[in-house]
Design a binder for this molecule. Structure first.
Ligand code: SF4
Ligand code: SF4
Length: 82
C-alpha cells in the first residue's frame, strides 16, 4: 500500500527541511511556507520527510485514506473537514 505524507499546519514551523531533503522533489512550499505534496506520483513513500522533520509535523498515511478524504471533500465540501 503506497503511503503519502500529510503535513500538520499546527506543528509545522515552516523550516523547509522536508522540501529540501525529499529525494523525489515531490514537496513544495506554499506562499506561507507550509509544505504540501505537489507531486504525489513522484513520492516513493521513503519517509525521509517524516524522519527529517524536527517538529514531528509529518506523518505518512495510506493512499486509500487520502483518496477517500479527497472524495469526501468533493462530495461534502471543504467546510465540513475536521
Ligand atoms: S515520503 Fe520520501 S519521496 Fe515522499 S514526499 Fe516524503 S521524502 Fe519525498
Ligand atoms: S520539516 Fe517539518 S517543520 Fe519543517 S517545513 Fe517540513 S513539515 Fe514543517
Amino acid at each position: 500500500m503506497k503511503q503519502l505524507p500529510a503535513f500538520s499546519a499546527v506543528r509545522c514551523k515552516r523550516c523547509g527541511i522536508c522540501e529540501h531533503f525529499c529525494p523525489a522533489q515531490a514537496i513544495e512550499l506554499r506562499e506561507d511556507s507550509l509544505p504540501y505534496l505537489a507531486k504525489p506520483k513522484a513520492c516513493t513513500s521513503c519517509g525521509l520527510c517524516r524522519d527529517m522533520c524536527p517538529d514531528w509535523a509529518v506523518h505518512l498515511r495510506d493512499m486509500s485514506e487520502v483518496e477517500s478524504e479527497v472524495e469526501r471533500i468533493e462530495t461534502e465540501g471543504l467546510e465540513k473537514t475536521a
